[in-house]
Structures are given as structure tokens and as C-alpha cells.
Design a protein around this ligand. Structure first.
Ligand SMILES: Nc1ncnc2c1ncn2[C@@H]1O[C@H](COP(=O)(O)OP(=O)(O)O)[C@@H](O)[C@H]1O
Ligand SMILES: O=C(O)c1ccc[n+]([C@@H]2O[C@H](COP(=O)([O-])O)[C@@H](O)[C@H]2O)c1
Length: 204
């Protein structure tokens, strides 16, 4: 059995979910674990000195639970897919290949998770486009006035600096390019890696 863990990180509204869903639809035996499903309850997230809820830090996320889920996939990907209703067969063959797509805005900042990735992608878009896309999205709870300029963007710059100190093996993607172009380029890259591993499994 072969496995590939792909990390899809990037700035808020950079296009992570769009890319991850596309990859999942195109890649056989794949599934997604999304970091934004691990946010802690609002009442336990503290506010900073400006009164902004500190959502854009690892402390706002149940990272241990997320790690458990990734490790559970790694231990038995076939069973993981079967439990999620993503696979019908009861048994797998030895030459089967499984792909896990882990997406989220702070996936490369968490060292234990970062170490698990075989491939890393990071979507970036400039400040003005990010602000515009974010203003069109409604989070739960919704962004309060000035949240983007006063908290989200400064935290992005800080988190990104930390990420670049932790890891250098990241492919940066221009999230301004047309969706089709971004999606096709990443798919082709992963497809090459899948083909390489499949050749390896026939020759070893
Ligand atoms: N390459 C792109 N060009 C233009 N709009 C995009 C592109 N990728 C994503 N979007 C749009 O940006 C918004 C945020 O995308 P999404 O994938 O939800 O971002 P994220 O998961 O990074 O927060 C959505 O409205 C999506 O349709
Ligand atoms: O999903 C939630 O519960 C949630 C609650 C409050 C805020 N968020 C925001 O979600 C952002 C990360 O998700 P995303 O998809 O925009 O990359 C981050 O910037 C947070 O400020 C998300």
C-alpha cells in the first residue's frame, strides 16, 4: 500500500477549499481533512488587547483532534474511507494507493502536522483581493467591523513568517490565476507523483 499526504495551505479565501474539492473529485481513493472544522467554540477563544477574537492562531483550533484524524487515516486509509462512506469495497489490495488532502490556513505552522506532508502547496493572493473575497463570505461568528485590517491580515503576515521559518519545501501558487489553471497545474503535479509511486511498486 502506498500513501501520499498533500497539504493545501494558504491565506484566507486564497482558494484552498476550491482546490481541495477539485483534487478530491479527480483523484481515486482520496479524501479531505479540513482544518476549519476544528475551530474551538467561540466562548473559549480569547480576545486580544483591541477586542478582536483571536481566531487566527493554532490555539483557536483543536489540533490534537485533527492530528488524531490524520494519524487514523495514515494507519488504515482503506478503513478510514470505508467509515466515511467513500469506498464500497470491504477489502483492499496491496498495490492500492491512497491520497489524503489536508487543507487549512495554518496547516504548515503546526510542526507535527507539517512533518507528515509529502507535498505542500500554499495559495497566495494580494491584500486587496483577499479583503474583497473575505468581505463576501460569512463566518460563524461573522467578522466584526475592521476585523480584516485590525486582526486577520496582520495575523496572516505573522503566521506566514513563522511558517517560512519552519519549512522551505512549499510550492507557492498564485491564487489570482484563473481557477482552471491553478487546479490543473496542481493536479498534474500530484498525478506525476502518483505515477512515480505506482511504477516503483511494480519494480520493487
Ligand atoms: N483562482 C481563483 N480565481 C478567482 N476566484 C477564486 C479562485 N479560487 C477560489 N476563488 C473564489 O474565492 C472564494 C474563496 O475560495 P475558497 O476556496 O473558499 O478559499 P479558502 O478555502 O482558501 O478560504 C470563493 O468564492 C471561490 O469561488
Ligand atoms: O469556521 C469557523 O468556525 C470560524 C470562526 C471564526 C473565524 N473563522 C475564520 O476562518 C479563517 C480561516 O478559514 P479560511 O477558510 O478563510 O482560510 C480565519 O481567518 C478565521 O478568522 C472561522
Amino acid at each position: 500500500m502506498k500513501t501520499i499526504i498533500v497539504g493545501v495551505g494558504g491565506v484566507t479565501n486564497g482558494g484552498k477549499s476550491t482546490l481541495s474539492q477539485f483534487l478530491h473529485q479527480k483523484i481515486h481513493n482520496s479524501c479531505i481533512i479540513a482544518q476549519d472544522t476544528y475551530f474551538k467554540d467561540d466562548f473559549v477563544v480569547p480576545v486580544d488587547s483591541n477586542g478582536f477574537k483571536q481566531y487566527d492562531t493554532l490555539d483557536a483550533l483543536h489540533m490534537e483532534e485533527m492530528m488524531k484524524e490524520v494519524c487514523s487515516w495514515k494507519k488504515d486509509p482503506h478503513e478510514f474511507l470505508r467509515r466515511r462512506g467513500l469506498i464500497a469495497k470491504d477489502s483492499s489490495t496491496d498495490d492500492e494507493l491512497y491520497v489524503l488532502i489536508v487543507e487549512g490556513f495554518l496547516i504548515f505552522n503546526h510542526r507535527p502536522l507539517n512533518e507528515m506532508f509529502d507535498m505542500r502547496y500554499f495559495l497566495e493572493i494580494p491584500y486587496d483581493v483577499c479583503k474583497m473575497r473575505r468581505s463576501m463570505r460569512v463566518y460563524a461568528p461573522p467578522d466584526p467591523p475592521n476585523y480584516f485590517d485590525g486582526y486577520v491580515w496582520p495575523m496572516y503576515l505573522q503566521n506566514r513568517e513563522e511558517m517560512e521559518r519552519i519549512t522551505s519545501e512549499i510550492v507557492f501558487l498564485d491564487g489570482l490565476k484563473p481557477k482552471d489553471e491553478v487546479l490543473a497545474a496542481v493536479y498534474e503535479d500530484i498525478h506525476k507523483e502518483i505515477a512515480r509511486l505506482q511504477v516503483l511498486s511494480f519494480t520493487t
